[in-house]
Design a protein around this ligand. Structure first.
Ligand SMILES: [Zn+2]
Length: 206
């Protein structure tokens, strides 16, 4: 937490802590979905009984400034009532090709719910093909409560398919995958208790 505060106080002083959008670590299949400091990782607990089901990347800039990109080629859906969220369907999981997975992106709106999502993807967009690296929008601070916005970041998670062509409930960690091998970063809190996120080589993964 103190490292995150340090980063947010002066990102330029700690540029080496940031992951760069669009780049990949070693031979990982996904590119980084945005730039910034990975402040919270998969499995982090914010309160008793809670486990963080994704990763939070803090751009260190104002809302609406830090671009968010497709981490892999897929098919984008934005439900009609999604102000800050898109999801990408990946028909073939690059690490387990016989299953479909989903990439969930959220907090891409301002505190009042005005979207920072690209106009290419209006509410109601369904299964629109996007290449890896496609611009999706910008990091924001939308929380659902204008009086209590989140710090500006992207929440990104990998969600399991429900077996019927849709995605499972992203809010439960058991419906998500450890993103470490997909992004080539040490993103599993049980294996990285210090939370210092660095590139890993595939041999490091159990
Ligand atoms: Zn998060």
């Amino acid at each position: 937490m103190s490292r995150l505060s340090e980063w947010l106080h002066d990102p330029t002083a700690h540029a080496e802590w940031a992951v760069p959008a669009g780049e990949c670590c070693n031979d990982a299949p996904f590119t980084q979905p945005t730039s910034g400091y990975v402040g919270f990782i998969w499995g982090d607990s914010f309160r008793p009984g809670h486990e963080h089901q994704g990763i939070d990347i803090f751009g260190g800039d104002a809302p609406g400034k830090t671009p968010v990109l497709a981490a892999y080629a897929g098919y984008l859906t934005r439900l009609a009532d999604w102000k800050s969220t898109v999801i990408l369907r990946i028909p073939s999981d690059p690490l387990l090709p016989n299953r479909q997975v989903w990439l969930y992106y959220t907090h891409m709106a301002d505190k009042n719910g005005s979207a920072y999502i690209s106009p290419e993807f209006p509410p109601g967009s369904s299964d629109v093909f996007v290449q890896a690296g496609t611009f999706l929008g910008y990091q924001g601070d939308f929380s659902g409560d204008p009086d209590n916005p989140v710090g500006v970041h992207l929440h990104f998670s990998i969600v399991l398919d429900d077996g019927q062509g849709s995605f499972r409930n992203e809010l439960a960690i058991e419906n998500t995958l450890d993103p470490s091998p997909y992004l080539g970063l040490a993103l599993n809190s049980s294996q990285n208790p210090g939370g210092i996120v660095t590139c890993i080589t595939q041999g490091d993964e159990p």
